[in-house]
Design a protein around this ligand. Structure first.
Ligand code: ZN
Ligand code: ZN
Ligand code: ZN
Length: 247
């Protein structure tokens, strides 16, 4: 089955431009340097509303959450209009701890007694292994984000691994034979919870994916100038990028 993957956002938690920052990437006129919070139609970032309008999204069948950090979940309430135009609640897949966190953080959505207007019709589905959706298999890939383990996902010949500082050896087995691989590529300087460009290039060559894209990119990396330094099959992703792949 052919599928299209759309990069809703390619930026780090604060987005690029970063509020109040006068650096050259934040002031760049290259549209590739405007990065909303990271998502490939996985996660609901604080920019989800703007991203969904930009991409003309009129239907969502499920949301897969990588983890419960603010830059990946705060757009949950903007699922409201999409949840009204369908039969049944939108299923939200997440690791059990992330599902608990989301349930607590957004109690008004999941508790039945909210009386102040329309609520998003959502249903949390904790997962700890592969699951089937719409005829395709989605496989959680455990990755290490600082001191916690979170999920990336593999679906068909593509995998999306954002927010990691390390990939455990056992997860390498789940990442063989990939056509498209998204990796955390925050910046050059080491960070306690994110991967660097250099580390992700090393991982990319070890995994031998055909096409590799970095995401969760901060304002240290100008789009065109950084791409010019990367191996040919490795590129910075950008908001609005679309990729065809086999699922
Ligand atoms: Zn993040
Ligand atoms: Zn900046
Ligand atoms: Zn995070």
């Amino acid at each position: 089955m052919n599928a299209t993957l759309t990069v809703l956002g390619s930026g780090t938690s604060m987005g690029v431009p970063t509020i109040g920052c006068p650096c050259s990437v934040c002031r760049s006129s290259d549209p590739h340097d405007r990065r909303t919070r990271p998502s490939v139609l996985i996660d609901t970032t604080p920019d989800f509303r703007e991203q969904a309008i930009r991409e003309n999204i009129s239907q969502i069948d499920a949301v897969l959450y990588t983890h419960s950090h603010a830059d990946h979940i705060l757009g949950i309430d903007d699922l409201r209009p999409l949840s009204y135009h369908r039969r049944g609640k939108i299923p939200l897949y997440a690791r059990p701890e992330a599902a608990d966190y989301i349930r607590n953080m957004f109690r008004y959505i999941f508790d039945a007694d909210y009386k102040f207007g329309g609520l998003a019709q959502l249903e949390l589905k904790p997962v700890d292994g592969a699951f089937d959706l719409f005829g395709a298999t989605f496989e959680p890939v455990p990755i290490i984000h600082g001191e916690t383990e979170i999920f990336g996902y593999r679906f068909g010949t593509a995998a999306y691994l954002t927010d990691f500082s390390q990939i455990p050896k056992e997860s390498f087995a789940l990442l063989q034979g990939l056509d498209v691989l998204f990796l955390d590529g925050l910046r050059h300087q080491p960070h306690p919870t994110h991967s660097t460009v250099e580390n992700s290039i090393r991982i990319a060559s070890e995994l031998k994916a055909k096409r590799v894209f970095f995401t969760h990119i901060c304002h240290d990396l100008p789009h065109a100038a950084t791409n010019a330094t990367l191996p040919e099959h490795v590129r910075l992703s950008y908001d609005g990028m679309k990729l065809e792949f086999e699922i």
